[in-house]
Ligand binder design. Structure first.
Ligand code: ADP
Ligand SMILES: Cc1cn([C@H]2C[C@H](O)[C@@H](COP(=O)(O)O)O2)c(=O)[nH]c1=O
Length: 216
């Protein structure tokens, strides 16, 4: 039975790496997949992982018809044994419906990868639809960690090093960005709610308010 599987986790937890591994293992056995992505940091038409691996992919903008594309491939004599879709949080809800239709009508497995929530802890529309429609939701095994050592469950956005909670939902970027740029940091819920990034925690630890009082 074919499945729509949604692999989700925070930024930097290994989703794209897993997508590349699934692709590698299946193509090593002679299967042929269709690989889609949207807004990968490495540029259009690329699925890339921070481990340095990447592969070519079909860029899927907002008006892209996943179902139509796969049907076009198959009816044109092409092969498609499975589908991989990275950065799925950026897909429109209708596009996630198309992915489900690929599973149900064309009987192909679809493996979708993406973060669930944005920098304000709100679900992306595409992620919400994946939660609603997926046969299976898999949370990645390798945990990204908050600076405090707890499992990171949320994505924070920083501007010039400070955590922000207002702004456009979509801003392509990365963790560990230089000062002055929009960046991201993964945090546990406790520290996301307190807006306590690693830099803020360091600053608080150095603050005179928390230094021990000298004994006279
Ligand atoms: N130099 C490194 N050595 C080992 N593992 C690394 C290194 N750099 C990144 N990684 C691993 O890659 C993960 C990020 O993988 P990636 O597929 O790019 O994440 P995602 O797609 O979820 O944002 C990190 O959590 C870490 O486990
Ligand atoms: C939290 C958050 C993230 N993004 C962007 C930043 C990155 O370009 C991607 C996530 O990619 P990754 O491979 O999972 O690291 O999403 C965004 O646009 N808005 C957000 O709120």
């Amino acid at each position: 039975m074919s499945e729509l599987v949604y692999f989700c986790g925070t930024m930097d937890c290994g989703k794209s790496t897993l997508a590349l591994q699934i692709e590698h293992n299946r193509s090593a056995r002679g299967l042929q997949g269709l690989i889609f992505t949207r807004n990968d940091r490495a540029g259009a038409g690329v699925l890339s992982s921070r481990l340095g691996l990447s592969t070519k992919a079909v860029e899927a903008p907002d008006d892209f018809d996943f179902y139509g594309y796969v049907v076009g491939q198959l009816s044109g004599g092409g092969r498609a044994d499975y589908v991989i879709a990275d950065e799925a949080q950026f897909f429109a809800p209708d596009q996630v419906d198309q992915l489900a239709r690929i599973v149900d009508d064309l009987e192909l497995d679809v493996f979708a990868f993406g973060i669930a929530t944005d920098f304000r802890t709100r679900l992306f529309p595409g992620s919400q639809r994946l939660v609603e429609l997926a046969d299976r939701i898999e949370v990645l095994q390798v945990e990204a960690l908050c600076w405090c050592g707890a499992r990171a469950t949320h994505n924070a956005r920083t501007v010039d090093g400070r955590m922000v909670v207002e702004g456009a939902q979509v801003v392509v970027g990365d963790v560990n960005q230089a000062r002055g740029e929009v960046g991201y940091e993964v945090l546990c819920r406790r520290h996301h709610i307190r807006r306590m990034t690693a830099a803020a925690a360091r600053a608080a630890a150095l603050s005179p308010d928390v230094l021990p009082v000298e004994q006279s």
